[in-house]
Design a protein around this ligand. Structure first.
Ligand code: HSE
Length: 428
């Protein structure tokens, strides 16, 4: 058997504990699969005294993750602290500078510094891998970099923030408001320390930026993602969309078009009967489309101790086996600069508005859409209450820009009780 692969693990929170448990519990199986033992030399965390319910006594302790990353008895540095900068970035940079391989679950770090870090890894003969950074236990990075490597990827989609999917599906099933379910999610400990990372779409946007880089051979471009969170989604949007056969999802979509890379993470509608439409609770789904394979759907736990540790170990095991895949699936120097598309591909839209009960009110709204070149596919008006009525319109394919023109015109008609809500309907 070859010499052991010796890990240094920084960050012993949920994912760190899960990773240490897997290394301990499955040691013999991992050695059989890789042909060498995977051991832990040293660990680091903010608090040494905390009871984490695992055995740490066999491992050296470092207060400073940078010192851990550069220890002689560490072959692979496993960064599980999180954070775009600070100790996570400093220790990953130190490990790579010392020529050590790095495995990380840190999506923010890679979404912002992925290109520089990938270049640094390659310059030092090291690998930098991040399966656990995207959709927890779902092996979507490996699916793209390896399983689908022979395909020209046409589109990547995903529900990649379990907290948002929990909030949206719970609002529908319990008929509760966004604020009520947000409070529940907070009590359940689902929300990140900064909840805006979840509900503002930032966490999911980081993940989409990483997948898009692999899929399209482009440098990670988080700033090029059109980002919108779920805070403005009302229970009415969810229940009325359901009446029209749709579900509301915080969905990431990335596709290369003739106008550049189109990437957005935003609330949109998907058919209720589609795999994405049927995704309940905190589960994640990643949908990959390639010119040869067609559509591949991956579903699983996007967070949590076991699932995320499973993803960390898949990278560790690759390294133990001597499998050395470039961070974004091809050498960093060959990744092209992403050119974000300024205009999104046309799509059908769902419009919800409250109309005053006046003769010709509906005709005025229809005229605004017609004047903007937008054709109506379906429409529904609900009972009038106190002189106004909710109206739902599903349009045929339209440019967002034309829809915005129509919405501005609607505001001038005097028949609206409130601003219309417009949500893109994705063809999934
Ligand atoms: N907060 C994330 C989620 C997990 O709810 O899916 C970590 O990215």
């Amino acid at each position: 058997m070859s010499s052991p692969l010796r890990l240094g693990i920084a960050g012993i929170g949920t994912v760190g504990v899960g990773t240490i448990r897997l290394v301990q519990r499955n040691a013999a199986m991992i050695a059989a699969r890789t042909g060498r033992e995977v051991t832990i030399s040293a660990v680091s965390a903010r608090s040494r005294d905390k009871d984490r319910g695992i055995r740490l006594g066999d491992y050296a302790w470092e207060d400073d993750p940078v010192a851990l990353a550069t220890r002689d008895d560490v072959d692979t540095f496993v960064e599980l602290m999180g954070g775009e900068n600070g100790p996570a970035r400093a220790s990953v940079e130190a490990a790579l500078a010392a020529g050590k391989d790095v495995v990380t679950a840190n999506k923010a770090l890679l979404a912002h510094h992925g290109q520089t870090l990938a270049e640094r890894a390659e310059a030092n003969g090291a690998v930098l891998r991040f399966e656990a950074a995207v959709a927890g236990g779902i092996p979507c990075v490996k699916a793209l970099t390896e399983g689908l490597a022979g395909n020209r990827v046409t589109r990547v989609m995903g529900v990649m923030n379990g907290t948002c999917n929990y909030i949206l599906t719970r609002m529908e099933s319990a008929g509760l408001s966004y604020d009520q379910v947000f409070a529940e999610a907070s009590d359940l400990g689902y929300l990140e320390a900064d909840p805006q990372l979840d509900v503002g779409g930032i966490d999911a946007g980081h993940k989409l930026a990483l997948l898009a880089s692999i899929a399209f051979g482009t440098q990670v471009d988080f700033d090029g993602i059109a980002l919108e969170g779920i805070e403005r989604i009302k229970i009415e949007d969810i229940s009325h969309a359901a009446d029209m056969g749709f579900r509301v999802k915080l969905l990431g979509v990335a596709q290369m078009t003739g106008r550049g890379l189109e990437a957005r993470m935003s609330p949109c509608l998907v058919p209720a009967g589609s795999p994405l439409g049927q995704l309940e609770g905190a589960t994640n789904m990643v949908v990959l489309e390639g010119d040869a394979v067609g559509q591949v759907v991956l579903r699983g736990a996007g967070a949590g101790e076991g699932p995320t540790a499973s993803a960390v170990m898949s990278d560790v095991i690759d390294i133990a086996r001597g499998i050395r895949v470039s961070t974004f699936g091809q050498p960093a120097a060959t990744l092209s600069r992403a050119m974000p598309a300024e205009v999104a591909t046309p799509a059908p839209f769902y419009l919800r508005m409250i109309l005053k009960d006046r003769p010709g009110a509906l005709a005025k709204i229809a005229a605004c859409l017609g004047d903007a070149g937008i054709s109506i596919d379906r429409m529904r008006q609900y009972d009038h209450a106190e002189g106004s009525a909710p109206v739902l319109i599903v349009t045929h394919r339209a440019m967002r820009r034309s829809l915005d023109e129509a919405i501005v015109a609607m505001a001038g008609t005097g028949v609206l009780e409130s601003d219309p809500v417009a949500l893109r309907i994705e063809d999934v």
